[in-house]
Design a protein around this ligand. Sequence first.
Ligand SMILES: Cc1cc2nc3c(=O)[nH]c(=O)nc-3n(C[C@H](O)[C@H](O)[C@H](O)COP(=O)(O)OP(=O)(O)OC[C@H]3O[C@@H](n4cnc5c(N)ncnc54)[C@H](O)[C@@H]3O)c2cc1C
Length: 494
Amino acid sequence: MKKIAVVGAGPGGLAAAMMLAAKGYEVDVYEKQNYVGGRNASLSLGSYTFDIGPTFLSMPHIMEEIFRAADRNVHDYMELIELSPMYELQFDGKRVPMYRDRRKMLRVLREHFPGNEAGYQRFMKDTREKMDALLPVLQTRHHRLTDYVSKRTLKALPKLSLGKSVYDVLSEYFNDEKLKIAFTFQAKYLGMSPWECPGAFAILSYMEHEYGVFHPKGGVNQLSKAMAKVTEEHGGRIHLGDGVKKFKLDGNKVVGLEMESGKQIEADEFIVNADFAEAMSHMLDDGVLKKYSKEKLDKKKFSCSTFMIYLGVDKLYDMPHHTIVFAEDYQKNVKEMTKDLVLSDEPSIYVHNASVTDETLAPEGHSAVYILAPVPNNYSEIDWDEKQEAFKELILDEIEKKTGFSDLREHIVEEKVLTPKQWQTEHFVHKGATFSLGHQLSQMMYFRPHNRFQELEHCWLVGGGTHPGSGLPTILESARITTGWIQEKEAQTT
Ligand SMILES: Cc1cc2nc3c(=O)[nH]c(=O)nc-3n(C[C@H](O)[C@H](O)[C@H](O)COP(=O)(O)OP(=O)(O)OC[C@H]3O[C@@H](n4cnc5c(N)ncnc54)[C@H](O)[C@@H]3O)c2cc1C
């Protein structure tokens, strides 16, 4: 069987490694950090455990299928807890829980947004049809423009809401501005504005309302840890603290890796999970790439970034697992973050209070609180060394003022802040754009870097920077597309 080298042990790389190792390939994963999971790793501060990045897990059936493809049952590796409510939204002091359960959701609508119940039912029905048409397109490789005239894509085209934003689409169902936000803020998962994000992504809120939101005991990072375990069970090797410096090329064929340690690695196929733009602008000499040269990458659109605060606190707050606090002028906040590239005076904030569900994350009576504020990526040139402290205090002020975490500062035992600058310098994320390349239609499907990378031979992509895009379910799909294609290529050449 062929030798596969995977660059990066993020969820995309690990899903690919696990599925190929299960098929008997000789798999080696090279990870620059000394831990697995990438943005989906865990972070320990004293006796507190946090997810570094993803905290929302949806569409668990995709994860189940990926593990099945590696001859495993995901439930033997992770304990999944469904959250109800899925999350709580806060608008100007109003607390609105959101449920997967239809009856509970209708009750919330009747109480907070009367007259919108039928719109919600219609949204769920229409978007189910949209999802049925779109899912096969997302699960298929897109390496030829002619794919756009395939039967599958033509069937999906009318469902893409072309020319409309997610906000436009939801305006067809709801008459209340806050309710529209409640079903469009998910554009932020792609690091985009609901007023800019393609209308097709109305499927994001549908996915939560249809399939639910889950918390794996120990955190969403357990997904990466489980995939690393399965990889090793199938004989794959994961090399930690072993960063890749350069691709070794013969013409446009990748033939090896030059490691930061000076070691040279050979393999038959190379799968890149490291952040696409960062990898392509650092691991190749200038002039090698045409379509994705440094200059061309700089002209692409990238997602926003996130300002993170991880707090170990000696108190357990009776607050929901997920709370999202919207700025009063949400549209202005989103524009400042994605267009004007300045810090908002009133940011929107997400608070993850997982200890209310999971006692393994902190000592008894304590909690691990994760706070995220979406902010501009590093194209903004914000001086984070100068701004970090004041912005952190602003966020804590807002949380204490607007939520049930009213005495948060008094209870802090451990603290870590992660700025967009650090996403770039310590986590190797291009321009700190935490959700990778933007998901504008001009950068989707055929127009996103292909799973079989079009500019280099023997080079494959997985993760948020390739098709179908950022977000754990789509990242797992990217690994499924890529590994299926590698096996198909091998079958054709043997
Ligand atoms: C704050 C935040 C919150 C998020 N929340 C959610 C959420 O709730 N739900 C959701 O579905 N998605 C979420 N995401 C998006 C996405 O699911 C994660 O970012 C995910 O971890 C991306 O996975 P990936 O496989 O693309 O790459 P990564 O996780 O970035 O992994 C890439 C790996 O490559 C390694 N690497 C880089 N350079 C090298 C090198 N030279 N040599 C070797 N290794 C290298 C990195 O160290 C890293 O381990 C979130 C992202 C962030 C940042």
